[in-house]
Design a protein around this ligand. Structure first.
Ligand code: GTP
Ligand code: SPV
Ligand code: MN
Length: 604
């Protein structure tokens, strides 16, 4: 094929010609020392984790089997929204919420960066599949990367390697996902523990269904099957093909009478998806099982209901705040080992620790900055966006159907954000269109999951602000159309929740976590026509009497305050919604403009 000889380049385990020529093209451009096709085997895991230990990237944990601690470069800790681009052919298609650059110009810029960028490193070719491997039309991708950390993370987060490649045949369509750390090594040059580059680009080419990422080794920037493919690229596929790709957990709720409902919920990054997905109900007889904690792909089934599939194979969860009280199921999952921990603290006896794991911090730790840490340090031992990465398969409360390509029929969609004021604990929408309005105007305080200021209220439509791969106005229209094309009785009911409302002294008014099961119960009883609510200008809100509060350890005044609808607070919200809609511009669906006008009238 070419004159270049790179060890491994001609060991090709597929006859998929388009894939082979792309692999050649990338190898010639990036000049790695060798090319390796990832097979996903236990042997490969052992080899690469050992290599990462030798390189100083990983520290093996003595207290958890087959598990490793990593600390990133202190500048490479979160998604970089400023450096994330939707390079659609027409700038209009990126819309007002994305960064845009001309695709040809971006390719020229990034091609220069990729030239020789894998020198001194191994180029891995990772065939992967998002969603179950036995799907009728598997959602395939190939990530090319020069990072061993990415390969082993992809072992957990995706179905990958030989079993994924088996589904490529010789011409199956797949998403091309190119990743380089941008840290070539000169001959004899020592590597660093966390190679990356100050220059970063996270680029999506929606028409070509292609991803180019450069300069970062962190999760959402580097594990390209996750946000880049399963949300930014998949949202464009979903628009074109009539389905939904959403930033949602999927849970299965079983009542004491053994009635089952599946619920999908969209909360912005670090706003409670993983916790709700694995919740341990505090109300007797109710059971939650989990299918996914971050992403849901939803399509209508033949019965007219909306079915959700989780494209992922692992959890990439926020560590701080996770403990046996808040999320015992996550703790039990990681306890089994086979997990990676990034930017948490390391204990002296070879375990991990993070803020909130125990009431008393250990007397001494190695912090995520690789410094000695004591409780007097005056700064957290773990980065607020530190993460555990662990397989779904070893979660005790995974729903048996989590790997079913049919997916599960969704009864309710929750939208939620992190708001200290204004937004009640739970509000049921009047109908689908009103629910889409709730999603489209969702607001939340920013978190450490993305680089930038924390705690600023911003609109985060459907919790998808950094992930909509096209014009947000078209995305809202797609949501409206999804409802129009369906049988209204079979559509999921839409609710708006807020676990984060605060009292005057800044305490949370609602205890959250397992107690959120009370809200889930009310929601499914609303769906079944068995629960009451009062109608307010913003939708149906329960009174404290209408929620099951038996055994709840929280002052009743707090629960009432969490449920309060305050007309003045909502009147103050209107200009912010107006400003947001003005930003969306002429592509804002008129139905959402109508919803806003109707809300204004109801507020008086
Ligand atoms: P991403 O993985 O970034 O998409 O985040 P996520 O939405 O899965 O958030 P996660 O469940 O990891 O929660 C993030 C933070 O919110 C953690 O510090 C949790 O402890 C906290 N949190 C989650 N649920 C609740 C709740 O019900 N009440 C309160 N007060 N905090 C919560
Ligand atoms: C998020 O930020 O929403 C995450 C983590 O789930 S990341 O993979 O970095 O996107
Ligand atoms: Mn997320």
């Amino acid at each position: 094929m070419t004159a270049v000889t790179i060890p491994g380049l001609d060991q090709t385990p597929t006859d998929h010609q388009d894939l082979l020529s792309w692999v050649h093209e990338v190898a010639e451009l990036t000049c790695p020392d060798q090319v390796v096709w990832a097979d996903g085997s236990a042997d490969e895991w052992d080899r690469l984790t050992r290599k990462l230990v030798d390189a100083g990237t990983f520290v093996p944990l003595r207290k958890k089997p087959n598990s490793f601690w990593a600390a990133s470069d202190p500048t490479d800790v979160a998604r970089v929204e400023e450096r994330t681009f939707i390079c659609s052919v027409d700038p209009q298609d990126a819309g007002p919420t994305n960064n845009w650059m001309d695709p040809a110009e971006m390719k020229a810029t990034m091609t220069d960066l990729y030239r020789g960028s894998m020198r001194g490193r191994t180029m891995y070719v990772i065939p992967f599949c998002m969603g179950p491997l036995d799907a009728e039309k598997p959602m395939l991708g190939v990530e090319i990367t020069d990072s061993e950390y990415v390969v082993v993370s992809m072992h957990i987060m995706t179905r990958m390697g030989t079993k994924a490649l088996a589904r490529f045949g010789h011409d199956a369509p797949y998403v091309k996902a190119l990743h380089s750390l941008g840290a070539p090594l000169e001959p004899g040059q020592d590597d660093v523990a966390w190679p990356c580059n100050e220059t970063k680009y996270i680029t999506q080419f929606p028409e070509e269904r292609m991803i180019w990422s450069y300069g970062s080794g962190y999760g959402g920037n580097a594990l390209l099957g996750k946000k880049c493919y399963s949300l930014r690229i998949a949202s464009v596929m979903a628009r074109d093909e009539g389905w939904l790709a959403e930033h949602m957990l999927i849970l299965k709720l079983t009542s004491p009478e053994r009635k089952v409902h599946y619920i999908a919920a969209a909360f912005p990054s670090a706003c409670g998806k993983t916790n709700l997905a694995m919740l341990e109900p505090t109300i007797p007889g109710w059971k939650v099982e989990t299918l996914g904690d971050d992403i849901a792909w939803m399509r209508f089934g033949e019965d007219g209901r909306l079915y959700a599939v989780n494209p992922e194979n692992g959890f990439f969860g926020v560590a701080p705040g996770t403990d046996y009280h808040t999320n015992p199921n996550a703790m039990r999952t990681i306890e089994k080992g086979n997990s990676l921990f990034t930017n948490v603290a390391l204990t002296d006896d070879g375990d991990v620790w993070w803020e909130g794991m125990t009431e008393q911090p250990p007397a001494h730790l190695t912090s995520w900055k690789k410094r000695d840490w004591t409780p007097e340090a005056g700064e957290p031992s773990s980065h607020p966006n530190s993460r555990y990465c662990t397989p779904i398969a070893q979660c005790d409360i995974k729903a048996p159907e989590w790997d079913d390509p049919q997916g599960v029929p969704i009864s309710a969609i929750f939208f939620g954000g992190r708001r200290a004021t204004t937004v009640p604990l739970v509000t049921e929408s009047r109908d689908w269109q009103h629910g889409v309005f709730m999603g489209a105007t969702l607001s939340s305080e920013t978190t450490a999951a993305a680089v930038g200021q924390v705690g600023v209220v911003r609109r985060d439509p459907m919790a998808m602000l950094p992930f909509i791969g096209y014009h947000a106005g078209d995305y809202f229209q797609h949501w409206i159309d999804t409802g129009k094309g369906a049988d209204a009785d079979k559509l999921p009911r839409i609710f708006y929740v807020n676990w984060f409302r605060r009292g005057e002294d800044k305490r949370f008014l609602w205890p959250g976590f397992g107690e959120n099961s009370r809200v889930l119960k009310w929601a499914v009883e609303r769906i079944e026509g068995r629960a009451a609510a009062r109608e307010t200008p913003i939708g149906y809100v329960p009174t404290a009497d209408e929620l099951d509060l038996a055994g709840l350890d929280a002052p009743r005044e707090d629960v009432e305050a969490a449920l309060a609808f305050d007309a003045d607070e909502w009147r103050a919200e209107i200009p912010m919604i107006e400003e947001w809609f003005a930003k969306i511009g002429r592509k804002l669906p008129t139905s959402l403009r109508d919803e806003l006008e109707a809300l204004k009238l109801r507020l008086g």
